[in-house]
Design a protein around this ligand. Structure first.
Ligand SMILES: NC(=O)c1ccc[n+]([C@@H]2O[C@H](COP(=O)([O-])OP(=O)(O)OC[C@H]3O[C@@H](n4cnc5c(N)ncnc54)[C@H](OP(=O)(O)O)[C@@H]3O)[C@@H](O)[C@H]2O)c1
Length: 315
């Protein structure tokens, strides 16, 4: 049954991404019919997803969801859907509409994901991180890849982990693969896993070519302004980017308040040392803390995942 609703999510994302008009309402049935905006009400907040089916399950489903923000959806009426299916749909529906949130902010929606230990580490002292999260977390990450236009990692993660950055554990399209930084010239795992082109964003001139499209952006001090990266991606038609670390990359995005959503998988283990999840400047008063809103704690197998939205402000 989960696969049926996952296919529905993929279809919704496709419709939302390719809709020529701003979407307020999507009527979708499991039998394949869709209707966008038949009775749109101007200035009504949020996006509505109305779900119908006459065949699955045997009773008619008439469920209504309201997507309120880039990470949060509410069930307005669950019809004959089970609690489990509602939770599943609520978790992934918002990411189907990323292109509309991206349009509003004129830059790609950024979602950062980490699997960290209870003592806040994302890798051991020698850089090993496979796997801190559980199987459910890996499947979640692959679902998020399939729902995102792009996946982005820093050059340190490419060097250490040699990831493929494709969607393999679920059905769905591969996102555009983006590497930030140029010091790691080991693209072997990316070349081997897919013939799709790779985008490398760096601050220096580069001779990278072949399967790589190199984008050089001017740095602010040491690094490139993450807001500039997200604006540049949006101008290239990329509306959502799933940032899978590492620590240096995501910390800089958070420091510059360029993350829309943080997904933090808390694994029930201790590493006692190693790479800290986030390295951001310390503060004197709790009042000055970076805070999250629309927070959720989602059960993920034997662990939980924190999901929260960071208030973004451009400097
Ligand atoms: N548990 C998890 O969920 C998880 C996820 C991912 C990674 N990891 C672990 O994290 C470790 C790697 O993290 P890391 O902090 O060492 O490296 P990293 O964040 O992957 O890469 C850092 C590099 O990325 C480039 N970069 C980042 N932000 C930039 C910006 N705004 N502008 C320009 N370039 C930018 C720079 O590359 P250049 O120096 O080349 O210019 C920088 O040195 C590995 O051990 C990996 O296993 C764990």
């Amino acid at each position: 049954m989960e696969e049926t609703f996952w296919q529905l999510i993929l279809k919704l994302r496709h419709i939302a991404k390719n809709s020529k008009e701003p979407i307020q309402h999507i009527f979708i049935s499991l039998e394949g019919t869709t209707l966008v905006n038949p009775h749109a009400i101007p200035n009504e907040p949020g996006f509505w997803v109305h779900l119908q089916s006459k065949t699955i399950p045997s009773d008619s489903i008439h469920a209504h969801f309201l997507v309120e923000s880039p990470s949060k959806a509410s069930v307005i009426d669950r019809g004959t859907l089970s609690e489990t299916t509602c939770t599943f749909l609520k978790q992934y529906l918002p990411y189907c509409l990323s292109c509309h949130f991206a349009k509003a902010q004129q830059k790609a929606v950024s979602i950062a994901h980490f699997a960290q230990s209870l003592d806040g580490r994302i890798a051991t002292a020698n850089g090993d991180s496979k796997w801190i999260g559980n199987t459910e977390n890996l499947i979640h990450a692959h679902r998020m890849r399939a729902l995102s236009d792009a996946i982005l990692i820093g050059s340190g993660t490419l060097k250490k982990d040699q990831p493929k950055l494709t969607v393999r554990l679920v059905n769905g399209p591969n996102p555009k693969r983006i590497v930030l930084g140029t010091s790691a010239a080991c693209y072997g795992s990316l070349y081997e896993s897919s013939k799709d082109r790779i985008m490398v964003i760096g601050r220096h001139t580069s001779t990278l070519n072949g399967q790589i499209d190199y984008v050089q952006l001017e740095p602010e001090k040491e690094f490139i302004d993450p807001h500039h990266i997200l604006q540049n991606l949006y101008q290239q038609g990329i509306c959502s980017v799933y940032i899978e670390g590492g620590s240096t990359t995501t910390s800089y995005f958070i420091k510059r308040k360029a993350i829309n959503i943080l997904q933090l998988h808390l694994a029930p283990l201790l590493l006692g040392g190693g790479t800290p999840c986030l390295q951001i400047p310390g503060i004197d008063l709790v009042d000055q803390a970076i805070r999250f809103e629309k927070t959720q704690f989602q059960p993920t197998g034997d662990a939980i995942m924190f999901v929260g939205e960071l208030a973004t402000d451009e400097v």
